[in-house]
Design a protein around this ligand. Structure first.
Ligand SMILES: Cc1ncc(C[n+]2csc(CCOP(=O)(O)OP(=O)(O)O)c2C)c(N)n1
Ligand SMILES: [Mg+2]
Length: 573
């Protein structure tokens, strides 16, 4: 390895800096869009980007958190890794929430952080932070690059690890001298990762067990998680479910994996799931989990979860199987490969017409409900109307809170990769920047950011990106003047002591939008919304709608913490 230690100021065409090597490696990975923010330790990288002359679209967000959530939205919708660059120290630590969010929701990211020069590592140098230490528990993998020689290989590995198996974030920390110095030789060999070989194909014997369980079942139920979407398994799932007429429910992150309007779909399950879906879990005799991780917001009290069921679990991550729910038929596999093998082996479906009748009766008797005084702006109505106005075709991103649950309940997703929400970490401030990333991934598609008045204020600085790029993202603030989900819990479990959850003071969101040269409007009635929404959606530019909804509305049904999945409150008015 030959490395020139002189700082590079004006590289000759033939001589490259480590940063040039990085840029070449990113191009080799067919990276088109980078989200980032410059600073001292990444100056050589930004210089190399400048000199790369338009090979990439670099999106300068106004905060590193905006960059990483935008990259998550991009990854979710584009189905390939989102790429982020931030500087050392505060730049890197500003990314931490988004890295943890991507880890929880299995989103592929390659996150490049600058680091102080190797000569001062460990001296508490200016803007030094232990990025490896901080990100080890929240990344699928992380690297600190030791030489520019190894950079091409590290980048290849990083993209491979982020996007294969169970996707996740990979951090590549690059000391400034390594990106700045000239480099004459690089390792172009192919990578070899013997310790990382995700199991993609299912064990056929396990699939045989599943086919036998399906044949015997009187009350089968399929549960879709995000793994169906990551594995591109929606089409084959639909074929199997239709052919054997098996009902389907979903986690929050699995929405869109199966068509939301389909007769076999029972709605979302879990804390704010439908009565039909949750009772189906409580009563089924066979639960087939495909790519969901049985998290507590889905299961409620584990003592009551799927108690009567044989549990089959398809997951590409073996660590998920049996983690929370004892599993009778473990299937470590890519979701599509597992379903393909199931389709091949399955010759006979379940005999379950009584079960289907029961589920259909539940659907009729206990639909989602809300009171709807037409003179009021009712948040559930708002989500349902957004669904109709966009014919279910929009890409919808959300923040976290009541509006997120209403969007999940009332916006019905017909296909995968249209629903972008922060599930595992529940990150307020996610929705708006994620919409920016989603819009960049699909420039022609309608993108709506459904955000809370609280969460929006955590990342609204990214309005600058809309202004600068003219991205036609539509922002719907479900403005209840409250941290609504906190208010709901305080109403239910803290005797209405609304500690710090009713927010009296807000900016004028319309003026705020206008100050960024973005169309803003305040919507106070159903009529106003109906009158304008088609025009808003057709408008070829960003629009912010400040929708003033009723503050006292709660999300129902609800499973209280500690309760079983069958113990819902608010099932009926
Ligand atoms: C970063 C972060 N901080 C705090 C919380 C806790 N939390 C969950 S929902 C919520 C209220 C969100 O309020 P808003 O954005 O207005 O949405 P609403 O529930 O009113 O629809 C809070 C504070 C969180 N999820 N994320
Ligand atoms: Mg709110």
């Amino acid at each position: 390895m030959k490395v020139d230690t002189k700082l590079n100021t004006k590289p000759e065409a033939a001589v490259k800096t480590g940063a040039d090597i990085l840029v070449e490696s990113l191009l080799e990975q067919k990276v088109e869009t980078i989200f980032g923010y410059p600073g001292g330790a990444v100056l050589p990288i930004y210089d190399a980007l400048y000199r790369s002359d338009g090979d990439f679209e670099h999106i300068l967000t106004r905060h590193e958190q905006g960059a990483i959530h935008a990259a998550e939205g991009y990854a979710r919708v584009a189905g390939k890794p989102g790429v982020v660059i931030a500087t050392s120290g505060p730049g890197a630590t500003n990314l931490v929430t988004g890295i943890a969010d991507a880890m929880m929701d299995s989103l592929p990211l390659v996150v490049i952080t600058g680091q102080v020069a190797t000569s001062v590592t460990g001296t508490d140098a200016f803007q030094e932070a232990d990025v490896m230490g901080i990100t080890t528990p929240i990344t699928k993998h992380n690297y600190q690059v030791q030489s520019s020689y190894e950079l091409p290989k590290v980048i290849k590995e990083a993209f491979h690890i982020a996007s294969t198996g169970r996707p996740g974030p990979v951090v590549v920390d690059i000391p400034k001298d390594i990106s700045a110095n000239l480099c004459t030789e690089t390792d172009q060999s192919a990578f070899h990762l013997p310790g990382y070989q995700p199991t993609i194909k299912p064990n056929p014997l396990q699939i045989k067990k599943l086919t036998e369980a399906i044949k015997k079942s009187k009350k089968p139920l399929i549960l879709t998680g995000a793994g169906v979407i990551h594995g591109h398994a929606s089409d084959i799932l639909l074929e199997i479910a239709e052919e054997y007429s098996m009902p389907v429910t979903s986690t929050l992150l699995g929405l869109g994996a199966f068509p939301g309007q389909h007769d076999l779909f029972l709605g979302m399950a879990g804390m704010h799931g439908t009565y039909t879906a949750n009772m189906a879990i409580a009563e089924c005799d066979l639960l087939i989990n495909i790519g969901a991780r049985f998290d507590d917001r889905l299961t409620g009290n584990l003592n009551y979860f799927a108690k009567n069921a044989t549990v089959a679990h398809v997951d590409i991550d073996p660590a998920e199987i049996g983690k929370n729910v004892p599993t009778d038929i473990p299937i470590v596999s890519d979701s599509k490969a597992a379903l393909a093998e199931l389709k091949k082996q399955l010759k006979e479906g379940p005999d379950h017409s009584e079960w289907m009748d029961q589920l259909n009766q539940n659907k009729m008797a206990y639909p989602l409900w809300y009171n709807n005084p037409p003179e009021e702006m009712v948040p559930q109505w708002l989500m349902k109307s957004l669904y109709h106005a966009t014919r279910g075709e929009a890409i919808v991103t959300t923040d976290v809170g009541q509006h997120q649950m209403w969007a999940a309940q009332y916006y019905s997703f017909g296909r995968p990769n249209r629903w972008v929400t922060s599930g595992g970490l529940g990150t307020m401030g996610f929705g708006f920047p994620a919409a920016i990333g989603a819009q960049l991934a699909k420039p022609e598609d309608p993108v709506v950011a459904v955000v809370g008045d609280g969460g929006f204020q955590m990342t609204l600085q990214e309005l600058s990106v809309l202004q600068e790029r003219g991205l036609p993202v539509k922002i719907i603030i479900v403005n209840n003047g409250a941290l609504g989900m906190v208010r709901q819990w305080q109403e239910a479990f803290y005797d209405k002591r609304y500690s710090e959850s009713i927010v009296g003071v807000q900016p004028d969101f319309v003026k705020l939008a206008e100050s960024y040269n973005i169309r803003g409007m305040k919507i106070e009635t159903q009529q106003e919304f109906t009158d304008i929404i088609h025009e808003v959606m057709a408008y070829d530019g960003p629009v912010l709608m400040d929708c003033r909804v009723l503050q006292q509305e709660n999300v129902y049904p609800m499973i209280a913490p500690g309760k079983g999945i069958h113990e819902m409150v608010g099932v009926k008015p």
